[in-house]
Design a protein around this ligand. Structure first.
Ligand SMILES: Cc1ncc(COP(=O)(O)O)c(C=O)c1O
Length: 418
């Protein structure tokens, strides 16, 4: 644990960590789960360790502190990633009467999956205006997105207020935004997720889901309980509290913004933790070069290589990245990619027979699944899209993808396409 949670001053303010640290020093013979029997740090609900599903001790105090910091009435620690938080947010919205959600892309696959599972209609639009919002009961945005872009939350809050609609935010990438009182979800949303493991020093899968009002908090409490594990990881819980209490790193924020200003091919949008370096056609080659130097970005989309930082990123690590990027910009002058043509209209796939074909043989076929790069886990091809050569090339070049099975992609049988 100490390898990951290092800031002693923060640890002194962390209730769950203090409980675990004290118990790790005690004599402890384990006849309880987990089966590794170590009896320290990675424990289960014991007489002294509280219980995430109905907290009354250190977890209750940690969640209170987290809610205060994130601007929520109620916050719940997640140990199953933001995915479970997205499900809980959408179920709470449904319980509050929402039937149709207007959502602004990019959307993580959990949003599509939750809407489908919960029977919510999803209306997707690049922009939200009053007319569109009138045909939905809630507005959902990803804030920030994978590239650090933050939607106009002030405008969307007013639109929702004028019409009595709920504003839902997927802040899987925005756990650190509470440092900026104009950007953080707590200033705008009714229900939201903060995926603290992505941009704050929490262990993977650590997150928080929050509600703005007491009534919302009650709905959320029931919803969270449905989607989360009954065996939450104590190290993850402790790391979530630690991450939310972790201090701001203004020196690094300034350094990142200054670098973006000084390099024409570096973009940093509203959120400083996502640094986007433009490479065009040579993006995957440049990514491989970086990896050979031991520098691993979050993802490459075939145009940009995107680097994720956090307040825990060290100054010397950022200096290394800057040096490596400057060198790569010299080696790979920017080569523009061919302009995308208009995609063919989407075909209805409901009730049609499907088959699995090799990805390389799927050009022109109608896709029967969602698939894309992993991360960012936002679909590149949707059900009903005609698969394009450039999409196949992108999927073939990426390090990781989702939606395919053993190199094959689900498509509608040719005689069923019409
Ligand atoms: C926008 C967005 N929402 C939700 C999620 C799901 O988060 P997790 O992987 O923590 O379950 C992700 C993960 O990449 C995401 O990017």
């Amino acid at each position: 644990m100490r390898k990951y949670l290092k800031n002693k001053r923060v640890l002194r303010a962390c209730e769950i960590y203090k409980m675990l640290d004290t118990s790790a020093k005690r004599k402890h013979t384990s006849f309880h789960t987990p089966g590794h029997k170590v009896g320290a740090w990675d424990i289960t609900e014991l007489s002294y360790s509280d219980n995430l599903s109905c907290p009354r001790g250190c977890i209750a105090q940690a969640e209170k502190d987290i809610a205060r910091i994130l601007g929520a009435e109620k916050s719940f620690i997640l140990t199953d990633g933001s995915t479970s938080g997205v499900f809980a947010v959408l179920r709470s919205a449904k319980c509050a009467g929402v039937k149709t959600v207007l959502a602004l892309p990019p959307l993580h696959k959990s949003v599509y999956n939750a809407c489908e599972t919960l029977g919510l209609s999803l209306l997707i639009s690049d922009e939200a205006d009053g007319r569109l919002l009138d045909s939905a009961d809630a507005l959902l945005c990803t804030s920030p997105d994978y590239y650090g872009r933050i939607p106009d939350l002030k405008k969307y809050r007013s639109l929702c207020d004028e019409r009595g609609k709920l504003l839902l935010l997927d802040g899987a990438h925005g756990g650190h935004l509470h440092f900026d009182k104009t950007l953080y979800a707590g200033a705008y949303a009714d229900f939201w997720v903060d995926g603290v493991h992505k941009s704050l020093p929490a262990l993977t899968q650590g997150g928080v889901v929050s509600a703005r009002t007491e009534a919302g908090g009650k709905l959320l409490e029931q919803s969270v309980d449905i989607f989360r594990t009954t065996s939450p990881s104590y190290p993850i819980m402790a790391s979530v509290e630690y991450a939310v209490k972790y201090p701001r790193n203004e020196a690094l924020e300034r350094a990142v913004r200054a670098f973006a200003k000084s390099e024409a091919r570096v973009e940093v949008h509203g959120d400083w933790t996502k640094l986007c370096a433009r490479f065009g056609k040579s993006a995957f080659r440049a990514e491989k070069d970086l990896e050979r130097k031991g520098i691993y970005p979050e993802f490459c989309d075939g145009e940009y290589i995107v680097f994720y930082l956090s307040p825990a990123t060290k100054g010397r690590e950022f200096a290394r990245l800057k040096k490596a990027l400057r060198r790569l910009f010299e080696i790979y002058p920017y080569e523009e990619k061919r302009v995308q043509q208009n995609p063919a209209p989407r075909v209805c796939t409901a009730g049609k027979k499907i088959e699995w074909v090799a990805l390389e043989a799927s050009a022109g076929r109608v896709c029967a699944c969602k698939c894309g790069l992993f991360p960012p886990c936002t679909p590149l091809i949707f059900e009903g899209d005609r698969i394009e050569e450039r999409q196949i090339r992108l999927l073939q070049s990426a390090n990781n993808i989702f939606g395919l099975s053993e190199g094959k992609i689900a498509v509608v049988k040719e005689d069923e396409e019409a």
